[in-house]
Design a protein. Structure first.
Length: 682
């Protein structure tokens, strides 16, 4: 990279300061302090090290840049604008306004060059760990001794807030263990958060903490000295470990009265302070005015286009010599599924139907994964220390191991694998999965118990916001967990997950519904949660139309008998309660009641079907009862206030699963009584 002169770097940094304070002031909202304090760090990385092409933000071998301290979004927007991305000055002037490309926190898919949505502190570094892990695994899978087509870094900016969040411990500990040496974090060590000087509540020895994780730590770098930061990054690139560069900075650097204090953190500086700042830093230009020589110093388009062109030449040579690997890598870069995916998915579902097994859906999931792994080389699984319980591994799965690990014969790099032991790090796992999915090249999933979805919930929410192709496997889905008791028994979890926009939540009833849930989630352009049982669930026989309709989220599994025309009712159920609904049909028939069983494995998908289909499945005017081992309120949208819900609105108990289902009223007798009561009230 061309190295700017010291006078240029001063102007380049001050351009960031000016844009940050002007945009925040115009919006009357935002965080100017971090962009002003990290300006020189941005100059050092983006002008001297970052490999990227503003003309093509999706070039696969670009370096990934993550702004974990996402409240300082104007730093990133300034860098994108100045280096030549499709982010014109009009968008910076529209900072934090409706439908702008410069929202308050960076959002993936909204702004060209933004690699991930950040703002919830600490998650960005978790995403970065996933990105670095994806890069390392792809390099191990595709690079050859004479051809490195995967060779890029993941850089992350983070602050005190990110390091206070527990997810930073989870993610960074894993990164150190796996020796992700192409992950470089630059820590904005300014000692200030919203409440003031952090020394009163955050007094960790951060360098020692990261050294204990197995990181390379570069201490006490002057964050306002571009050359010093540049040298630290160059040093970090030589390490065989991930690196934390500790940069001492002043928040709001340049503001005469507000620099160094929390007043610069999250509020506009004010016209008077901005004028004084311009004078103090020698910025003799108006609001949102950038001189052409500063633009020229920042412009990365030519350099980026050249870097991508050189990579394209190298990749063409790779494809000529390694045709099979080249074709596979090219497909992975696009994110497209294999050409035979539809046939493979249909075969997986057909096999499950033909075997007709009565097994736990967690086991049905594992069986499905076997078929998926054979069809999808990019499948990358894992578990938060519950592999044997979640059943997220498969016969050909291979554990990812670090260089020098006892199980890794390769002393110089990560051992390629397709299954990750995340350890007891549910939140870190989920954020890393999001990072892997965003990086590209793999289709990641990870598992834990459903009740521990609480630990990772914010990562699930951000996955839904980004529409990342992340899959979260949650087993042991209800009181069916049994003796572990209420701390481990999910009651509110399934319904609460269904409430997250863009997140598909599947709770299948048997092996066939499990196969459909998995294949649908793989093809879905967004995140999914797959909810599986610990206990065996009865297999249900279906015709071809019913099997096809599973993918619509809800369908008629068993229709009422027209020989019983007098009274009819619809039983809506999911997961383990579908078999209960099926058993209740015969008992209701003896009472002269015709019952239709609607299995609804994914309410999110069902709700998106056209009105005609939904009316066919749930015709108006027919009494309804919903049955699910969880909170009842969610089901009122389907049964109404006059309908019935067999559910649980308390926490569970510690006892064998069979005793618990009986205790909480999940019996044929209770379903029949509820149905009769609903009909009687009509």
């Amino acid at each position: 990279m061309t190295t700017p002169t010291s006078s240029q770097t001063a102007l380049m940094a001050n351009a960031i300061r000016a844009l940050a304070m002007d945009a925040v002031q115009q919006a009357n909202s935002g965080h100017p302090g971090m962009p002003m304090g990290m300006a020189e760090i941005g100059v050092a990385l983006w002008s001297r090290h970052l490999k990227h092409n503003p003309a093509n933000p999706h070039w696969f071998d670009r370096d990934r840049f993550v702004l974990s301290n996402g409240h300082g979004s104007m730093l990133l927007y300034s860098l994108l604008h100045l280096t030549g991305y499709d982010l014109p000055m009009s968008e910076l002037k529209n900072f934090r306004q409706l439908h702008s490309k410069t929202p308050g926190h960076p959002e993936y898919g909204i702004t060209a060059g933004v690699e991930t949505t950040t703002g919830p502190l600490g998650q960005g570094v978790g995403n970065a760990v996933g990105m670095a892990l994806a890069e390392a695994l792809l390099a191990a899978e595709f690079n050859k001794a004479d051809a490195k087509i995967v060779d890029h870094y993941t850089y992350v900016f983070l602050g005190d807030g990110c390091l206070m969040e527990g997810i930073s411990h989870e993610a960074c500990s894993l990164a150190g263990t796996l020796k992700l040496n192409k992950l470089i974090a630059l820590y904005d060590d300014n000692g200030i958060s919203i409440d003031g000087h952090v020394e009163h509540w955050f007094h960790d020895d951060t360098p020692k903490r990261f050294e204990a994780y197995g990181w390379n730590v570069i201490r006490a770098v002057d964050g306002h000295n571009v050359d010093a930061v540049d040298a630290a990054i160059a040093q970090a690139k030589k390490s065989d470990k991930p690196t934390l560069i500790c940069c001492r900075t002043v928040i709001g650097k340049g503001a005469p009265t507000k620099a160094g204090g929390h007043d610069a953190h999250g509020a506009p500086l004010g016209d008077k302070e901005i004028a004084a700042t311009r004078a103090a830093i020698g910025w003799n230009f108006g609001p949102f005015e950038i001189p052409q020589d500063v633009y020229a110093a920042w412009d990365a388009k030519e350099q980026g286009t050249h870097a991508e062109a050189e990579w394209n030449k190298a990749f063409d040579a790779y494809k000529a010599k390694y045709a099979s690997e080249g074709a596979e890598f090219a497909r992975r870069m696009t994110g497209e599924l294999p050409a035979n995916w539809a046939e493979a998915a249909a075969k997986i579902i057909e096999d499950a139907n033909q075997k007709a097994e009565t097994i736990a859906t967690r086991k049905a999931s594992q069986n499905t994964i076997e078929g998926l792994a054979a069809a999808l080389p990019e499948l990358l699984g894992g578990s938060a220390d519950l592999t044997g319980s979640n059943l997220t591994n498969w016969k050909a799965s291979k554990a990812v191991r670090a260089a020098g690990d006892a199980e890794n014969a390769n002393p110089s790099g990560i051992q390629w694998g397709n299954h990750i032991n995340y350890g007891v790090r549910e939140f870190g796992m989920s954020a890393a999965i999001n990072g892997i999915a965003l990086h590209g090249g793999y289709r990641p999933f990870g598992g834990t118990f459903l009740t521990f979805s609480d630990y990772s919930r914010n990562a699930l929410r951000v996955a839904a916001l980004m529409k990342s192709r992340s899959i979260f496997v949650f087993t042991h889905d209800s009181i069916g967990l049994g003796e572990d008791g209420p701390t481990h028994q999910s009651i509110e979890h399934v319904s609460s997950l269904r409430l997250i926009p863009n997140l598909q939540t599947w709770r299948p009833a048997d092996t066939v519904e499990t196969a459909v849930a998995w294949t649908h989630s793989i093809a879905h352009n967004g995140p999914s949660t797959l909810i599986f049982s610990r206990q065996n669930l009865q297999f249900s026989t279906r015709n071809d139309i019913q099997i096809a309709n599973i993918a619509k989220g809800g369908y008629v599994l068993r229709d009422w008998n027209d020989d019983i025309p007098a009274r009819k009712i619809i039983l809506i159920a999911t997961g383990s309660e579908v078999q209960l609904a099926m058993q209740a049909v015969e008992a209701l028939a003896k009472e002269g009641i015709g019952a239709r069983v609607v299995s609804m494995p994914c309410t999110n998908v069902f709700d998106k079907q056209d009105a005609e289909y939904r009316e066919r499945v749930l015709p108006k005017g027919v009494a309804r009862v919903a049955i699910e081992a969880g909170v009842t309120d969610f089901w009122r949208k389907y049964v109404g206030l006059e309908g019935g819900v067999v559910g649980i609105d308390t926490f569970g108990e510690s006892a064998p699963a069979g005793a618990l289902f009986k205790h909480f009223g999940f019996t044929v007798e209770h379903v029949v009584a509820t149905a009769k009561a609903v009909l009687a009230a009509q």
